[in-house]
Design a protein around this ligand. Structure first.
Ligand code: NAD
Ligand code: ZN
Length: 343
């Protein structure tokens, strides 16, 4: 089969021919139709410090996809050949305390598809059937291909009650923009999103945020106070930039009793003013991945109830043009980039 592999310990990703993987007794064999490029894949492409520490070479990467079940192991129940699926990219151990309690997203022994085991930048993917999510017919392929990062957005956004609340989202990357769309859809009062990249702020405007603020050129609090008549601070904060500056500004602009969910991954040490946390009695929750499988059910229901994520998908390429896809991501002038595997 054709695949994209991290073949060498240097920047880049390379097309390869690899054997079709064999499903074990509890696995599905999935024929990949579309696979989208994640920020993680860009880290792997650039071969930064995190990637060098984490990714064994060679490795077929990629973990955001939609495909069709074309084979399965003898123990699999509940799936049929031809089922359209996406899947949870965190493969959990099943025997640690959290797994046994049903809190799979808190597994201590998580393995990542396209990180520690073969990924979805390939014609075929083997996935434990437990991890697969059967897609309702009214979820389009393009949207299903981005369910993994959409799940990050949904898990973060729905961590706290948003109905009637003033929500601040820092970072209008694909995940921040999807979180903004979710916050709007479920009934937040004001959804304010920040970035320093105008292209991305425009994507956020297309999903109907109250205000997209370029913090490089505008004063966020002046906008909230003067334009939006907010005088007490934000009720809920969703940190989706990984920027320490954005996080400390967020803490500073929260109302007393505010709730903050932290998804963005900082690249270094971040200094925060703990007085903001203590005297305002803030709640801060870290988010990793998606809840298995509550987040997946909620994602499907959000799409089925009319949530429109199409503005976040900005580029499509046939797999032969994968290099252009990575370049679009590296340039920052993109939302989600989808690679089509079917010819
Ligand atoms: P992204 O890098 O595409 O988006 C981040 C955005 O933040 C960019 O548009 C950037 O311009 C913006 N930004 C930079 N400095 C800023 C500032 N001071 N204020 C406001 N915005 C600023 O990332 P993404 O794919 O949308 O993911 C969002 C974040 O979540 C990333 O940090 C990513 O590493 C992280 N992530 C975490 C998990 C998890 O499970 N915790 C999963 C996926 C992604
Ligand atoms: Zn476990």
């Amino acid at each position: 089969m054709h695949a994209l592999s991290k073949l060498k310990s240097e920047p880049g990703i390379w097309p390869v021919e690899a054997p079709v993987p064999m499903p074990g007794p509890n696995d599905l064999l999935i024929k990949v139709r579309k696979s989208s490029i994640c920020g993680t894949d860009v880290h792997i492409y650039r071969w930064d410090e995190w990637a060098q520490k984490t990714i064994p070479v060679p490795m077929i990467v990629g973990h955001e996809y939609v495909g069709t079940v074309v084979g399965m192991g003898s123990e699999v129940r509940g799936f049929t050949i031809g089922d359209r699926v996406s899947g949870e990219g965190h493969v959990t151990c099943g025997h640690c305390r959290n797994c046994r309690a049903g809190r799979r997203h808190l597994c201590r022994n998580t393995q990542g598809i396209g990180v520690n085991r073969q990924g979805s930048f390939a014609e075929y993917l083997v996935l434990p059937a437990f991890n697969a999510f059967k897609l309702p017919d009214d979820v389009p392929d393009d949207i299903a291909a981005i369910f993994d990062p959409f799940g990050n957005a949904v898990h973060t956004a729905l961590s706290f009650d948003l109905v009637g609340e003033d929500v601040l989202i820092t970072g209008a990357g694909p995940i921040g923009v999807m979180a903004a769309a979710v916050a709007r859809h479920v009934g937040a009062r004001n959804v304010v999103i920040t970035d320093v990249n105008e292209y991305r702020l425009d994507l956020a405007r297309r999903v109907g945020v109250t205000r997209a603020v370029n913090v490089a050129t505008e004063d966020l609090w002046a906008v909230a106070r003067d334009e939006l008549d907010m005088h007490e601070g934000f009720d809920v904060g969703l940190e989706m930039s990984g920027s320490g500056q954005a996080f400390s500004q967020m803490l500073h602009l929260m109302n007393n009793g505010g709730k903050v969910a932290l998804l963005g991954i900082p690249s270094g040490d971040v200094r925060i003013d703990w007085n903001d946390v203590i005297f305002k009695m803030l709640t801060i929750k870290g988010i990793y991945g998606r809840e298995m499988f509550e987040t997946w059910y909620k994602m499907a229901a959000l799409i089925q109830s009319g949530l429109d994520l199409t503005p976040v998908i900005t580029h499509h390429y046939p797999i032969g043009d994968f290099q252009k896809g990575f370049e679009a991501m590296l340039g920052g002038q993109s939302g989600k980039v989808i690679l089509d595997w079917e010819k």
